[in-house]
Design a protein around this ligand. Structure first.
Ligand code: HEC
Ligand code: HEC
Length: 475
């Protein structure tokens, strides 16, 4: 669900509630239409007519217009719904949810905004959140600059920020949503409803309920399509356009932080099936299984709190899992770590597993790299990662995760895509401890620490010194 936290629950959405008090339709035969909630659900016979009407009225449209950063609140992204209609309303979505929209659904990459990134270090063709984090992961400055630039009146990027309901799907329950010019996603009925309830009330769409009844009564018996021309001036439950509802921002702790920042991707139940990323691969981690990849602990053990804290703070490169360092305070990140551990009984014992010891990083030498090259072959790494490390080994072609999703071995010639980081000790951890739930096994039982270091240096030697840029857009 998108709306998880209504901070100020009392103020009604519609200031024109009294105008609705006398309207009776088949939807509300005995009571006034609600001016504090949108109650129409996909199960109602009116649902498909409502979607058609919402499309005609340009009601289901939104633009991303900037960042909101009130003092003391966690930051959010401002979505302007129903732009230039009487229903227009700005809704602030918590950052994590907004990232789901921008990165998971719209699939925004730095390459989509060449005018912004080419003058700021070039384009690497990575997802937007990751690219901005490379500019400065600890503050929101890159995001501020980004929104400031792309939403400027003359910015060529502006049309790319718009979304609209393109067509109602044949099942008449769900709908395709177009993002910018060329991206389309299918939103299921529950998702549409959850979005609509962000900015509508029953009273605000009184006109629909009345028109629906009229179309039903029309003597010809035909289904009259409700037209866009129906005057907006007649609209009764007018919502003031300047009104802003703030969702889930305030000093939040564990559960509340999760609900606002993580659940859109990881799911309310922690099962990795958030509404924003239903068809995403890699799937957001299923916390209920309690199996984690970016650990300092032996294979088969749960991670330490510090491991989880690192993932939340730094994100996982190339996967869409954002870096929350700039968004959540240190305390908030620890709080949410404590919360996600509740999803799995694997953490129930309460005692934290100990990290396996890692010796200080030795000096890298040509000899070590050369030894590492033969250990790479002898240990069977090429079967998945390929002889040259490009991630194209024969057995790597149809690997599956423990949950049955396809997974591809990492391209070792591009260390910037290593999700757990590419410092020597981070790579040592991945190879020594393995990545539970994927097919990457733990090698600490088979290789001596010295061999592991050689292997680490060999892996690092496969990537160029400088992070390569996207050639087609290089200046
Ligand atoms: C935009 C979507 C998105 C959001 C928002 C998001 N995640 Fe993730 N997260 C992912 C994806 C995708 C993965 C899996 C990446 C992979 O396996 O390569 C992941 C993986 C993880 C992991 C697994 C690390 C491991 O060791 O296996 C943790 C822990 C995690 N996320 C915590 C969080 C927390 C806490 C939040 C909220 C503060 C959050 N995530 C918000 C997408 C998201
Ligand atoms: C059975 C196939 C398989 C073998 C054998 C294998 N790997 Fe992997 N490796 C993978 C997969 C799959 C991933 C990606 C896992 C993921 O995305 O969760 C991966 C990821 C990695 C990563 C990236 C870690 C990160 O932070 O993103 C490194 C480094 C790596 N492997 C090195 C090695 C080395 C060195 C060997 C040999 C000692 C090896 N692998 C053997 C399948 C394999």
């Amino acid at each position: 669900m998108l709306v998880l936290l209504w901070h100020c629950s009392t103020p009604s959405l519609s200031p024109a509630a009294e105008t609705c008090s006398t309207i009776r339709t088949s939807y509300n035969p005995t009571a006034a239409l609600r001016s504090d909630a949108f109650t129409l659900t996909p199960g109602d016979p009116r649902w498909s007519a409502f979607l058609v009407w919402a499309k005609a009225k340009k009601l289901y449209t939104f633009q991303i217009i900037g960042l909101s950063q009130k003092k003391g609140d966690s930051p959010g992204v401002i979505f302007r719904w129903a732009t230039d209609t009487v229903w227009q309303k700005d809704v602030i979505l918590p950052f994590g949810q907004a990232l789901g929209h921008m990165v998971a659904e719209r699939r925004w990459r730095d390459a989509d905004f060449p005018e912004f990134f080419s003058s700021r270090g070039g384009i690497f063709d990575v997802d937007l959140a990751e690219r901005l984090a490379t500019m400065d992961a600890q503050t929101l400055r890159p995001w501020q600059e980004f929104f400031h630039s792309v939403t400027a009146p003359k910015s060529p990027a502006r049309p790319r920020l718009n979304a609209r309901l393109l067509s109602v799907a044949p099942d008449r329950q769900s709908a395709s949503i177009a993002f910018g010019q060329n991206r389309i996603a299918l939103y299921l009925a529950d998702r549409l409803r959850s979005d609509l309830s962000l900015f509508l009330t029953d009273c605000a769409v009184a006109e629909f309920f009345e028109e629906y009844d009229k179309s039903k009564q029309s003597t010809s018996g035909e289904r009259t399509e409700m037209t866009a021309e129906a005057s907006a001036a007649e609209h009764r439950g007018n919502v003031s356009s300047s009104q802003t509802k703030i969702l889930g921002t305030f000093p939040l702790r564990g559960k509340a932080i999760y609900a606002s920042q993580c659940s859109g991707c990881h799911g309310e139940a922690g099962d990795g099936r958030g509404m924003l990323t239903l068809s995403w691969l890699p799937r957001p981690r299923n916390f209920v299984r309690g199996s984690f990849r970016y650990r300092s602990t032996p294979s088969g053990s749960p991670p330490t709190d510090a491991d989880l804290f690192r993932t939340v703070s730094k994100g996982l490169a190339g996967s869409g899992m954002p870096a929350f360092e700039a968004i959540l305070s240190e305390q908030e990140r620890w709080d949410v770590v404590a919360y996600i551990k509740q999803f799995s009984p694997r953490f129930a014992s309460g005692s934290e597993p100990s990290p396996t010891p890692v010796s200080a990083t030795p000096q890298v030498t040509e000899q070590r790299i050369a030894r590492g090259a033969s250990i790479y072959v002898d240990s069977g790494c090429p079967s998945c990662h390929g002889a040259e490390g490009r991630g194209n080994g024969r057995s790597g072609q149809d690997l599956k995760t423990a949950e049955g999703d396809p997974i591809i071995p990492r391209d070792l010639t591009h260390k910037w895509s290593f999700r757990g980081g590419h410092t020597p000790s981070a790579i040592y951890r991945r190879i020594a401890n393995g990545m539970d739930g994927s097919s990457m096994a733990a090698y600490e039982e088979v290789l001596e620490p010295n061999d592991l270091w050689d292997l680490v240096f060999y892996v690092l030697s496969l990537s160029p010194e400088q992070r390569p840029r996207e050639k087609s857009v290089m200046q």
